[in-house]
Design a protein around this ligand. Structure first.
Ligand code: CTP
Length: 478
């Protein structure tokens, strides 16, 4: 008997499950990613336990032996049950053979053996099991040389890849995700099968596809995964707009940069500095409209006028199609895309206070992310140019800090609002209200008046009078 593996499985649920399952005469195994993560020295949040019997009955018995208070969630259709214990989600399932009918999203589940169960898993590095009781207690079961593949850093399916992928086509995304997350290589035969089966990704729900894609974006070097998605043909089933950025066109000997490769570089640079998923999405989509705005002008060369505005609109439809959140996360991404040229435009002119004020006003709390995105956007191969841009950005950052301290413009609301204007002149919502508000806002942003209530009220009265209005209720202090 070898119980060396058990010493690595430190969560208390393993020992309890071993004992309870033995009392029930049922064999239990820890399986899947949790064992892989032991070898990779990663911590995993979820624990999967497979039993040769009813997963639901074992889960209920284990939970009861811990405490009456544990709430067990059962999913009878799938024969699984789960509960939370010591910060981990523990899932129990009976060993099974599971397959997807070729055109359906619903798995067909049958009872199986442990060998069957492991065979039906996605990759050799995820097809380990450790026995929690019985004669083999503590033993590692590695039927497909997963340890060797972990050592060689290879993603490979335990069975014929066509078969494994037809069981669940999401696994093609998972192969790319593990390659990107762990820096592993996808085995040649496995990769060819992904190419052959890519189209079957269409039967997988978008939420599951996005779960994997977001993990790719959050991996240390997302370009590894995105390139694999492109090379395997998977990308075009969910984000074809990115493929439109590929390639370089030449007219009169002048070419533009390959915007697909540029985008990958920007995403990688952002990933080095941040693990904010939505900032990574903004980096991915910042130039998404370049293919649709591209024009050649004999005088100015290649132009992409308005790509930041169209790109921000495209982000909306892309998020909707991909079932990504349609709330403030989307707004944040849209704002970053729409403003991504602004800091560059700023350094091309002399950096005036009023331009910095405007940027702060428009970007609000997104200003730090915007600056990070813009710095990442500089992918020139000319070191002199890069140095100049980064020096200028440093100046912009300094100026931003200075103006922010002085004017407190982040999330700023002008000191005079529509209510006060309507009350002062006793008017209803109307065009003059908008005109006065805009005049005050512009005057503050241009530095013509200080960002203070008295100055703003004074200007409101002057502007109102210019528009033929009379002060009926003088504001407090005037
Ligand atoms: N699995 C599978 N096919 C899938 C999903 C999962 O065969 N489409 C198996 C694998 O054995 C996997 C285990 O179920 O290791 C648990 O899956 P999951 O919790 O989704 O992923 P992990 O491999 O644990 O990886 P991570 O925690 O990083 O998501």
């Amino acid at each position: 008997m070898d119980d060396s593996m058990l010493s690595c499985l430190t969560h208390p649920v393993y020992a309890i499950t071993g004992e309870v399952a033995s009392q029930m005469g049922i064999r239990a195994f820890a399986v899947g990613g949790v064992i892989r993560d032991v070898f990779l020295h990663r911590t995993s949040k979820d624990i999967d336990i497979v039993v040769l019997g009813s997963g639901i009955e074992v889960a209920e018995a284990v939970a009861k032996s811990i405490s009456d208070k544990i709430e067990v969630h059962c999913y009878k259709n799938f024969g699984t049950a789960q509960f939370m214990y010591h910060d981990a989600k523990i899932e129990f399932v009976g060993a099974r053979k599971e397959s997807y009918r070729p055109h359906s999203r619903k798995p067909v589940v049958e009872n199986g053996t442990m060998v069957e169960d492991l065979k039906r898993r996605d990759f050799t590095i995820n097809a380990f099991a450790v026995a929690l009781n019985g004669n083999e207690k503590g033993m590692l079961i590695d039927l497909f040389n997963g340890l060797q593949d972990l050592h060689d850093k290879i993603i490979r399916t335990p069975l014929d890849p066509d078969f494994t992928f037809s069981d669940d086509p999401l696994r093609m995304m998972r192969a790319v995700r593990f390659a990107s997350q762990l820096g592993f290589r996808i085995y040649d035969k496995t990769f060819k099968a992904i190419r052959r089966n890519a189209e079957r990704l269409e039967i997988v729900s978008m939420e599951r596809v996005m779960d994997e894609f977001n993990k790719i974006l959050l991996s240390p070097k997302p370009s590894i995964g995105i390139r694999l998605l492109e090379e395997s043909g998977l990308l075009r089933y969910f984000l074809p707009q990115l493929l439109d950025l590929k390639g370089v066109e030449y007219i009169e000997g002048k070419g533009h940069k390959d915007n697909f490769l540029h985008t990958l570089e920007v995403v990688d640079k952002v990933a080095l500095a941040s693990r904010d998923l939505w900032l990574l999405w903004a980096a991915l989509l910042h130039d998404i409209a370049k293919s649709r705005t591209k024009k050649y002008d004999p005088e100015h060369g290649w132009t992409f006028h308005g790509h930041e505005i169209l790109g921000s609109k495209m982000a909306f439809s892309i998020f909707r199609k991909l079932h990504l959140p349609a709330n403030e996360k989307l707004k944040h991404v849209q704002k970053l895309i729409a403003l991504h040229l602004r800091p560059i435009a700023l350094v091309e002119d002399t950096i005036t206070d009023s331009a910095v004020r405007r940027l702060l006003f428009e970007a609000g709390d997104d200003i730090d992310d915007l600056m990070l995105l813009c710095e990442a956007d500089i992918t020139s191969k000319n070191p002199e140019k890069v140095r100049r841009f980064l020096d200028n950005f440093a100046k912009v950052r300094e100026k931003l800090k200075e103006i922010e301290e002085k004017d407190r413009l982040r999330n700023w609301q002008p000191p005079v609002d529509g209510e006060l204007i309507m009350h002062t002149f006793q008017i209803l919502p109307s065009q003059p209200v908008g005109i006065i508000k805009t005049t005050i806002r512009e005057a503050i942003l241009d530095g013509l008046i200080p960002n203070e209530k008295d100055a703003a009220v004074k200007l409101m009265i002057e502007e109102g009078e210019k528009l033929g209005l009379t002060v009926v209720n003088p504001p407090y202090g005037i």
